[in-house]
Design a protein around this ligand. Structure first.
Ligand SMILES: Nc1nc2c(ncn2[C@@H]2O[C@H](COP(=O)(O)OP(=O)(O)O)[C@@H](O)[C@H]2O)c(=O)[nH]1
Ligand SMILES: [Mg+2]
Length: 489
């Protein structure tokens, strides 16, 4: 997703992180690069201009922060502006669900509109499934696309696949079908009705009149403009046309799993004033996600989807462990013992390669070398080490290595490779730290929710105090063992 624009941005951050001051000159240069990146992503000239103008003002007006590099400060400014452009307050509830305007006096009516091939029929099914799973609703799908005979069949196949009722009448007019469907749904105990309307290749009067009729007859509670996220300005132009004729309440961008340039995602709200509510990320029925502007901004900037990763990690590792790990990474106390814990936790989370791709900087790792069987071997090797060896792997001598290799049933060569890649991983973390990315990631995560941030900070302080004490104790112990081993007493 957004490969092109994010690699543009990554290049830019790399360049900027070389300079050590924000000057009018490097701001001008950076802003120009951002504008090129946006235009390449098929953002309209007007939106790109407005965006870069705001970034320039903010960058020049920004106070130079101690210990923060210009590149980092720029990332933050661009990230915040991207969110500001795409985010609408109040579209997501506390549980992360898309907020919907449900009603109780009659079935909630959701109208899907958009051009042909945008993904309306598919998204009707996905949305029905989403509402059933997240809100325990009992939706009914309505085949209101009577342009092509196959369209009704397609919706019936979709409905069958997810076990949803489909209302169809091939002989009536679409507005009649829809109006009748609402009455029928109420009778049959459906609390949501999703109307799959017809699209055309281009916006035309007949099409608009038909959906307007449907809207007038059914008084929909939500009107979603469904559009293909792979298209840029074209999608936005049609969004504008639909918005002028229909009471849109939001947009759904599909096919973001493809090679999307990002133009539509960035501009739909700027042009129509209507927020993106969902995104489509696969052809399958579970391929619908609630739109989170902060996550998309992260993906556009190519900083890795840190938030998603943290959330995934949280279901495998608890929050405290995650925080501790982050601290350890930052403080350089990361040992093979932690590495082992991580491997175990990560394996609960899903395929390694998918996870690694979400970590900023990990794009440069030889991902194809990571395989699950290799992890078994790594686990075996680490398990054959004593706790002290796991803590201080650089002190392993030949006889210890021989013992560990024999104990784990792996070769010494493999053990050496593990030690080397562990060292590389530590170096990579160092690299991220010096680029300020780890800190930034942590800061963004904390900034998401002030209350949570305060709580986490308290916890971090407490646990770092505790750790400092433990470190002193451990160092004293190590020292004593060292003296004993070498008869220094
Ligand atoms: N990869 C991918 N394909 C999608 C997505 N949404 C829809 N499609 C595909 O896009 C094509 C057109 O979708 P359809 O629902 O028939 O569009 P409609 O003409 O607007 O009803 C179909 O082949 C769908 O499988 C998505 O989010 N990701
Ligand atoms: Mg269709």
């Amino acid at each position: 997703m957004f490969d092109n624009i994010s690699s543009r941005f990554t290049d830019l951050w790399r360049k900027l992180s070389g300079s050590d001051k924000i000057t009018e000159e490097n701001v001008t240069e950076a802003v120009r690069a951002i504008r090129t990146a946006l235009l390449e992503a098929d953002v309209s000239l007007k939106v790109a201009k407005n965006f870069t103008e705001r970034v320039r003002e903010k960058a020049l007006g920004a106070e130079v922060l101690q210990g923060v590099r210009p590149g980092e400060q720029f990332v933050k400014i661009v990230h915040d502006e991207l969110i500001r452009m795409m985010q609408e307050e109040g579209t997501v509830d506390e549980q992360g669900r898309a907020k919907m305007k449900f009603r109780s006096d009659r079935p909630t009516v959701i109208l899907m509109a958009g051009l042909q091939g945008a993904g309306k029929t598919t998204t009707c099914g996905k949305l029905a499934l989403y509402l059933k799973q997240k809100y325990k609703k009992n939706p009914m799908l309505v085949a209101a696309d009577l342009q092509r005979p196959a369209a009704v069949d397609q919706l019936e196949v979709v409905g069958k696949g997810i076990g949803m009722s489909v209302f169809a009448d091939r002989t009536a007019s679409p507005p009649d079908v829809c109006a009748r469907a609402v009455t029928e749904a109420k009778k049959k105990g459906h609390d949501v009705v999703i109307l799959d309307t017809a699209g055309r290749l281009h916006v035309d009067d007949a099409l608009m009149k038909e959906v307007q009729d449907i809207a007038r007859r059914t008084q929909p509670d939500e009107v979603f403009f469904v559009c293909d996220g792979m298209t840029g300005q074209d999608a936005v132009k049609s969004a504008k046309a639909f918005d002028e004729q229909l009471p849109l309440t939001g947009a759904i961008l599909t096919k973001l799993d493809g090679d999307s340039r990002g133009g539509a995602v960035m501009t739909v709200r700027a042009i129509t004033g209507k927020p993106i509510r969902f995104i489509g990320v696969s052809e399958k029925m579970d391929g619908l996600e609630v739109f989170h502007a902060d996550r998309i901004a992260g993906r556009i900037l190519g900083m890795g989807d840190v938030v998603s990763l943290v959330e995934k990690a949280q279901s495998a590792i608890n929050e405290e462990q995650a925080l501790e790990l982050e601290q350890k990474l930052l403080e350089d106390e990361f040992t093979l013992e932690d590495f082992l814990q991580q491997i175990k936790a990560i394996r609960k989370m899903g395929p390694m390669q998918d996870l690694l791709k979400m970590i900023p900087g990990a794009q440069d790792l030889p991902l194809d070398q990571v395989n699950e069987r290799g992890l078994d071997h790594v686990e075996a090797i680490i398990l054959s080490m004593t706790p002290k060896e796991r803590r201080l792997p650089e002190q392993l001598n030949l006889s210890r290595k021989r013992r560990i290799a024999a104990g784990s049933g792996r070769s010494q060569d493999e053990l050496n490779r593990l030690l080397k890649s562990f060292e590389q991983m530590r170096e990579m973390v160092q690299g991220l730290k010096s680029q300020g990315l780890m800190g930034k990631a942590a800061a963004w995560k904390l900034g998401r929710d002030k209350k949570k941030a305060a709580k986490q900070q308290m916890k971090a302080i407490k646990s770092s105090k505790k750790r400092a004490k433990a470190n002193v104790r451990r160092a004293a112990g190590d020292m004593a063992a060292f003296r004993r081993e070498f008869n220094l007493d």
